[in-house]
Design a protein around this ligand. Structure first.
Ligand code: ADP
Ligand code: ZN
Length: 442
């Protein structure tokens, strides 16, 4: 495990603004934001219905009078119905990955792009980035916001970028060795993939020059962080964002790594019960909702992310005042309801990582052959633990079975598969195959 000590450096003093001042700034910016979207048809109608005008926003409580915006609303106004500036002011289009259906487009003005770079610089610096570093970016560059957002952030800090992009893992390893990047940017599962391919090439992945990593774009667990840190001998930071809100840069961890500070001078966060739409109590899990206060091209009012996490307002030793969000447990659309019980793929990951002898490569297959849901978890065995002895494999399967039951409360079928048989993703990992959904769609 890396023994590096991370210094607490702050990119922008706005990150430490006293909360009173922050609240006053948020109200002022919310008013401006309401004025900016007043001609966007979706908001125009909603504001007319709710008798809302910028002047009507007097306190942050007035936020609750504003409408929610959902992915379905974006799809209904596809492709550019939410544009809030004349088309000629748009400097960039991006799109969501489309993990949960048809991608939606988002737009940026030149100022939006510059803000985005700053917000990414903040969490990169919080997580160890220095101007003298070289950063290897293994996110896709394209409509996906991950590659470009992190790229601009690194440039803003003044460090060197290797825009390696996604795919072709042996080439990543060669570039890491030859250019000596100290910082890795990708999805956590892709980092595992890099470590695995390095080992297959006869290298110790810990020998790569990497010191820090910034991971995001998909849910991952604390156990997975420990494993990646051990294998690649680095310190890994979590950062979060989504294209509808700005892309990466919505929140990120500081040196304390006890939650991701939300950049509240630019985003208002709410955490709600996805069923009642009422705010949950502090520390309770709920769906995160963001209002992008300063975006120009396509501001979002109360955007429902479908991401489940909790908020922590307790002070952080780093001095940043932005509220911290927990790891994302999962998305409401990834949540499986198995025989009436809610299960997130991240719970399966948590159970698997408690069992020595399994790689965190897994696929959850759900079906309903009769009237009852059935779940099969395909779990890859690490090459060194793969055995021809039936008894050993049975014992391993029983351990997995017990751990999954203790974490989820549900009995699942466990199928052990040989090393390297589950598909590897260069971006967001696909964890669930739900045949019930396919049947429902027919
Ligand atoms: P899509 O919604 O199509 O995947 P995006 O590329 O905008 O499009 O991805 C944003 C989503 O990625 C978030 O809503 C969240 O579900 C997930 N995500 C991003 N960062 C993290 C993170 N650090 N931890 C967990 N999930 C994350
Ligand atoms: Zn902090």
């Amino acid at each position: 495990m890396s023994t590096l000590v991370i210094e607490n450096r702050i990119w922008d003093q706005a990150e430490t603004m006293p909360r009173e001042e922050l609240r006053a700034l948020q109200i002022e910016r919310l008013r401006e934001c309401v004025a900016r979207v007043a001609d966007v048809p979706f908001y125009k109608q909603a504001f007319q219905r709710g008798k809302i005008s910028p002047e009507a926003i007097k306190s942050l409580d007035d936020l609750r009078r504003l409408p929610f915006t959902t992915k379905a609303d974006l799809r209904q106004h596809h492709p550019l119905g939410f544009l809030a500036v004349p088309r000629e002011q748009v400097a960039r289009f991006h799109g969501s990955t489309g993990t949960t259906g048809k991608p939606t487009f988002v737009a940026y003005t030149a100022d939006d792009v510059s803000l985005w770079a700053d917000l990414c610089a903040r969490f990169l610096v919080a997580g160890g980035l220095r101007p003298e570093h070289t950063v290897h970016i293994a996110f896709g560059y394209g409509l996906f916001t991950g590659g470009f957002g992190l790229h601009y952030g690194v440039e803003k800090v003044g460090a060197a970028v290797v825009p390696a992009a996604s795919g072709n893992t042996p080439r990543h390893i060669m570039l890491l060795q030859e250019l000596g990047a100290q910082v890795l940017v990708c999805t956590p599962t892709y980092a595992l993939n890099i470590a695995e391919v390095a080992r297959a090439e006869g290298m110790d992945p810990g020998e790569l020059p990497l010191k820090f990593a910034h991971f995001g774009a998909e849910p991952w667990t604390e156990k997975l962080r420990e494993q990646i840190e051990r294998e690649l001998d680095l310190i890994a930071f979590n950062n979060y964002g989504l294209s509808e809100v700005i892309g990466p840069g919505v929140s990120g961890e500081c040196a304390a790594r006890n939650g991701m500070h939300i950049q509240e001078d630019h985003f208002i966060v709410e955490c709600i019960n996805p069923e009642t739409l009422e705010p949950v109590a502090e520390g309770e899990e709920g769906e995160l909702v963001f209002t992008s206060l300063t975006k120009q091209a396509m501001p979002m009012i109360r955007y429902r992310t479908r991401d489940i996490a909790f908020l922590d307002h307790s002070p952080c030793p780093c001095g940043r005042t932005g509220v911290r969000m927990s790891r994302v447990a999962g998305r409401t659309d990834d949540m499986l309801i198995i025989r009436g019980v809610n299960v997130f793929p991240s719970q399966i990951e948590q159970a698997l990582l408690r069992v020595e002898g399994t790689a965190p490569h897994y696929l959850i297959e759900v079906d309903r052959p009769g009237t009852l849901d059935e779940v099969t978890v395909h779990v890859e065995i690490r090459p060194e633990d793969f055995s021809d002895r039936m008894s050993e494999m049975h014992a391993l399967r029983d351990r997995i079975d017990r751990e999954i039951q203790s974490v989820t409360g549900i009995r699942m079928n466990i199928e052990l598969v040989e090393p390297q048989t589950l598909e590897r993703s260069a971006g967001k990992a696909r964890r669930v195959l739900d045949h019930r959904r396919e049947k429902d769609m027919k």
